[in-house]
Each structure stands twice: as structure tokens, then as C-alpha cells.
Ligand binder design. Structure first.
Ligand code: MN
Length: 128
């Protein structure tokens, strides 16, 4: 079985590299984008199984980027997980209410991150 394709949208190069390296090591395939605009284009082009969306991006915040993703019928059904650096009280609820399928806080935990992503993939996998 081919690994799930994960689109990482993250403008911080170090965080992007860390997430990519961990996911690849654990058998996922990875597509990367460093802006929301690039991420939306990559989602249309590659149809990933899951999008990991940094909430703070240079051109658009993650909630607006998610709205764009949902607005386009070619990407509307792709599951998306929010990743945020400054987890504040209420963030989780706010991001889930905005339509994200899940939520992770930075820094990425090397040990739990792959299992979390695997769980999200299983929860959001289209039913046959
Ligand atoms: Mn950011």
C-alpha cells in the first residue's frame, strides 16, 4: 500500500523540514508549500489525503485558506488539520468551528506526530 499523501503548508522552513522528514521516515508521501496560495494550488494539483495547514501564513491566515479550500469543489472534501504555534485558550474550538478536521499545536512532537497524522488519516478516510 502506498503511503498517504500529505500536503504541508508551512512558511517556517525549519518546521516544514521537520514535519516532512518525520512523515517521510514513517512512510508518508509529502508535498510542500510555503504560502497559502501555493498550498491551495498544490491541493488542486495533487489531491492530497490530508492537508496540514499552519494557521499563520504570509499571504493569508489558515482559516481564510481553509475557506478557500472548501469553496473550490475540486478541493472541498480534502481533510485539513490546523497547526498553530501560539496555542491559546479557545483556539482549538475556534479552528474546529472554522471547519478544520483536527488541530495540532507546535512545536511538533517527534514521537507523537506520526501517530496523530495516521489517526487523522484513518478518521477522515473516505468510506468505500
Ligand atoms: Mn507560520
Amino acid at each position: 500500500m502506498a503511503g498517504e499523501l500529505i500536503l504541508i503548508v508551512e512558511d517556517n522552513e525549519k518546521n516544514l523540514k521537520l514535519a516532512r522528514d518525520i512523515l517521510r521516515f514513517h512512510g508518508f508521501r509529502v508535498v510542500e508549500a510555503m504560502t497559502a496560495g501555493e498550498g491551495l494550488a498544490a491541493a488542486r494539483e495533487h489531491q492530497p489525503d490530508l492537508v496540514l495547514m499552519d494557521v499563520q501564513l504570509p499571504d493569508m491566515d489558515g482559516v481564510s485558506a481553509l475557506a478557500e479550500l472548501r469553496r473550490d469543489e475540486n478541493t472541498a472534501a480534502i481533510p485539513a488539520i490546523a497547526i498553530t504555534a501560539f496555542a491559546m485558550k479557545g483556539d482549538r474550538e475556534r479552528l474546529l468551528a472554522a471547519g478544520f478536521n483536527g488541530y495540532l499545536s507546535k512545536p511538533i512532537d517527534v514521537w507523537t506526530f506520526p501517530d496523530s497524522i495516521r489517526d487523522f488519516c484513518e478518521q477522515t478516510r473516505p468510506k468505500a
